[in-house]
Design a protein around this ligand. Structure first.
Ligand SMILES: [Zn+2]
Length: 301
């Protein structure tokens, strides 16, 4: 069903990146800017990242001999340096996820650039290098984001959802590789229940959530695709859910022919295939349109 499958390393059937968005308490503040300090319960729910979830994930990955990708807002990098140390000590990829989990497509072009620069600066100060990867907070990629990310030298984005395999985003003369995740691999729709986020899903049993994640993996394996999770430590690394994550990983490992990689490793592999002329990605120009559709200004809707 995939017309342009990527040749994965060592003839693997599919690529898997079990990636995590380490939002901690950035989102609860940015979505409640005037009262984040009073939302003590939501702070506790999200700071579970720092005290329990990220250490748990790191210990598990170490035991598995795996490295993974963690998207972290710049503000969290500054405020929780020990969490970043833990990730870096494990050899994991730390990538950027906004500064305070602000939504770029709800900002002016100037404000978006302001927050992006703050995030890059926070990253550089702590990690000591240029960030390679970006995931837009709340997937809120703006029509200016691509130009900014190209200008600031990012290697890849993992926010947009337009294909089953990597594809190239073009803006003017620049381009950026997209490693598309999908809502089917996001944990919030299954588990997130918090009024301060205006997100109150009925809570799924872990087995039900894993049924969805596993179906996507089986299809990626069958058709030569890619599987990139959008999981949140404070959501998916609670006890019963993390037991289920471990079971899913064992299932994937047991199936064989899976290339487990960080998002940056996938981007590097794909970049190398492109440079050597072995594989050519589909290309998409963004933004698709630069203003609201003119058709909507006339007549009735
Ligand atoms: Zn996030």
């Amino acid at each position: 069903m995939i017309t342009n499958p990527v040749p994965w390393p060592n003839g693997a059937r599919c690529a898997v990146a079990m990636t995590w968005d380490v939002d901690i308490d950035s989102g609860v503040n940015v979505y409640n800017p005037d009262r984040g300090d009073t939302l003590i319960n939501s702070q506790s729910q999200t700071r579970y990242d720092v005290h329990a979830a990220v250490p748990r994930i790191c210990a598990f990955l170490k035991q598995q001999g795996m490295r993974q990708t963690f998207y972290v807002p710049g503000w969290c990098i500054e405020r929780y340096p020990a969490t970043i140390d833990l990730l870096l000590e494990g050899g994991h990829e730390v990538a950027l996820h906004g500064y305070l989990h602000e939504r770029p497509n709800e900002q002016s072009a100037e404000d978006e650039r302001y927050w992006l620069e703050l995030a890059i600066e926070a990253f550089r100060r702590k990690v000591g290098s240029q960030p390679l990867g970006w995931r837009a907070p709340s997937f809120a990629f703006s029509k200016h984001s691509l130009g900014y990310l190209i200008e600031r030298g990012f290697t890849y984005d993992s926010s947009l959802m337009g294909d089953d395999v990597p594809y190239m985003l073009r803006h003017g003369s620049g381009k950026l590789l997209e490693l598309p995740p999908d809502m089917t691999l996001d944990d919030w729709p299954h588990y997130m229940h918090n009024r301060d986020f205006r997100f109150t899903m009925p809570i799924s049993a872990p087995a039900r959530a894993m049924e969805v994640f596993r179906a996507e993996f089986d299809a990626a394996w069958r058709h030569g695709g890619m599987w990139i999770s959008i999981w949140h430590p404070y959501v998916s690394a609670r006890l019963a859910r993390f037991d289920a994550v471990a079971e899913l990983l064992a299932y994937m490992q047991g199936k064989g022919g899976v290339w487990f990689a960080t998002a940056a490793e996938i981007a590097n592999h794909v970049g190398d295939l492109i440079a050597r002329g072995i594989w050519t990605p589909r290309e998409e120009v963004l933004p698709a349109y630069d203003s609201p559709l003119p058709e909507l200004k006339r007549g009735s809707r």
